[in-house]
Design a protein around this ligand. Structure first.
Ligand SMILES: [Fe+2]
Ligand SMILES: [Fe+2]
Length: 180
């Protein structure tokens, strides 16, 4: 179990960083609703569970550096896309996917765990500025950025080889190296 572009094995019992990360989500990672995200594609061949793990891990690294609420940031990040349908072909809830899936994710998050104020903000506002819910917390601002960063990595890595030709690749990889 690894986050995209990371060499850290998140299940490595000897890796202190991995253990610290996993301690925040161990209960969530055995919950059937969370594991069900593995059945759905998020970006190309990246499952929704892998995407959520990517966002959770990079949010963890940034939140530590920035002295934010690491636990709520990580848990909110893992649950930010907890909607259980194939959004390209199904829309069980009326409305624009961009606007309704954070609401679905928040409702499902309440079925999985106690949702704190910070976690609620993280989940509800992660589509900002495309969505209409503006983050109210520093963790919310962080995760809406990390979510987009991970989407770019997931699509970029799979689309290519071409990533080396993209102008943002050196900046992104430099940033990842710094926070690792
Ligand atoms: Fe989302
Ligand atoms: Fe996402």
């Amino acid at each position: 179990m690894k986050a995209i572009l990371s060499n850290v094995n998140l299940m490595d019992l000897k890796d202190d960083l991995a253990q610290e990360f996993y301690s925040h989500i161990d209960d969530l990672m055995s919950h059937p609703l969370v594991l069900k995200m593995d059945d759905y594609s998020q970006h190309l061949n990246t499952s929704r569970l892998q995407h959520s793990l990517n966002v959770a891990y990079y949010s963890f690294l940034f939140a530590r550096k920035l002295n934010l609420n690491v636990r709520d940031a990580v848990r909110g990040a893992l649950l930010h896309d907890l909607f259980l349908y194939e959004w390209r072909t199904e829309q069980p809830v009326e409305g624009n996917h961009v606007l309704v899936h954070p609401i679905q994710a928040l409702q499902n998050a309440h079925k999985v765990t106690d949702v704190t104020y910070v976690m609620e903000d993280v989940i509800a506002s992660h589509m900002w500025p495309v969505g209409n819910v503006k983050p109210k917390t520093s963790e919310g601002w962080l995760i809406q950025m990390v979510d987009k960063m991970c989407a770019v990595m997931e699509i970029g890595v799979q689309s290519t080889k071409k990533i080396e030709r993209m102008n943002f690749a050196p900046i992104l990889l430099g940033l990842l190296f710094y926070i690792n």
